[in-house]
Design a protein. Sequence first.
Length: 106
Amino acid sequence: MTTSSARVPARMLAVSQDVGGPPDVLKIIEMDRPVPTVGEVLVRVHAAGVNPTDWKTRARGQFATGAVPPFVLGFDVSASPAPCGAAVGRENGAARPGRGRTVTDA
């Protein structure tokens, strides 16, 4: 993976799936790092877990919202803030990710 001048990798690893099914439908992929937009925070993921949303989505092959594969899973993470988009609240100079889906850098 290459690194930008901000020392944030240009590429990232993620867990993805193309179809619904058992755990073996999951695969680790390398993809371009997302760029945060207004109100979003990019985080460097140190550890990730599997929660009910992840395994139900994997089994169903569809998010509750109706989004279909391919998609990247991962809702529970331990992470530190990286670059962020405009309109993100800051405290002591660091962005504080809030509730909801965040853009993640694995």
